[in-house]
Design a protein around this ligand. Structure first.
Ligand code: ZN
Length: 95
């Protein structure tokens, strides 16, 4: 069984436990920044202390647009919106 250990609290770096779509010990947050959306995890303790997004630095995300890889920042608006609607899934839940 595979465990997903790469999700950590934005504020303290603690591991966020995720089982499928359930988050065990934290929250998944979406912040608006102009046309951009910022998605992060916070553990319950940090979320109680501060619900706002602090200490944030934009980072370049690369993903496949239609057959080749480009920075998401450089995608046109329609494709960026479609990217926002994409769902992540684990390979073991398909076939
Ligand atoms: Zn935390």
């Amino acid at each position: 069984m595979e465990t997903e250990n790469n999700s950590v609290c934005h504020d303290c770096g603690k591991n966020i436990e995720i089982n499928g779509e359930l988050i065990g010990n934290g929250v998944y947050l979406e912040y608006e920044k102009g046309d951009d959306k910022i998605n992060i995890f916070k553990c319950n303790e940090c979320f109680e202390k501060n619900k706002a997004l602090t200490n944030f630095q934009p980072c370049e995300v690369y993903s496949r647009v239609v057959g080749y890889i480009r920075p998401v920042q450089q995608w046109h608006k329609g494709k960026q919106q479609e990217y926002g609607e994409r769902k992540e899934f684990k390979a073991d839940s398909c076939c």
